[in-house]
Design a binder for this molecule. Structure first.
Ligand code: FE
Ligand code: FE
Length: 193
């Protein structure tokens, strides 16, 4: 994607998000770009995926459900219980239809940014982690360690962050998304099926 397209996306996303979410979005985009530099991934793809990863976050659940219904996007039982999870699915749909993104890797990075998935591409891992460590984040345990590790050893950082996410969800007596568990198990086993 050209620089002018990226600027267009940034301006249009700014209008769709509240100030706090936009700030977070910029944090993710630039953190993802830095990780792309470190790991030899495409920097502009990282910027675009970062800018768009939460583009459906400031829609109401009703609006998200309506978009899924209208465009025949399947909803899992977990998403039905936690419709906020849908912002990833709807976001990847909007990235294609509204923002003109055609790159499959970018679409996947947006699609999988909440739960991850086994066998993520480098860009998918970068977006997942950038969302976790961007400078505006404050609350995750071991954040300093994960931030440092993210620039040293991507998969190790991913594993620590996934482990902490699952622990946090379980301690808070919230329901673990089965895909997050699957992702963790996959990387715990060294990233092999
Ligand atoms: Fe998100
Ligand atoms: Fe986010």
């Amino acid at each position: 994607m050209k620089e002018s397209d990226i600027t267009k996306i940034r301006n249009s996303v700014k209008k769709k998000l509240d100030a706090k979410r936009y700030e977070h979005t910029l944090g993710v985009a630039y953190t993802a770009a830095a990780l792309a530099m470190r790991y030899g991934a495409d920097m502009n793809n990282a910027l675009v995926a970062g800018l768009l990863h939460d583009c459906a976050k400031c829609l109401s659940n009703e609006r998200r459900l309506a978009i899924c219904e209208k465009h025949n996007i399947a909803i899992t039982p977990a998403e039905e219980k936690n419709p906020f999870l849908l912002h990833a699915k709807v976001g990847s749909f909007l990235a294609m239809k509204k923002y003109g993104v055609t790159d499959r890797d970018i679409i996947n990075a947006i699609l999988n940014h909440t739960t991850g998935r086994p066998g993520m591409s480098t860009l998918e891992k970068i977006i997942w982690l950038a969302d976790y460590i961007e400078p505006g984040r404050k609350h995750a345990p071991n954040l300093d360690r994960v931030r440092k590790m993210a620039f040293e050893e991507l998969d190790s950082a991913l594993l620590i962050a996934l482990e902490d996410t699952l622990e946090y969800v379980k301690n808070g007596k919230m329901e673990v998304d089965p895909m997050t568990q699957k992702t963790y198990d996959f990387y715990k086993n060294g990233g092999q099926e």
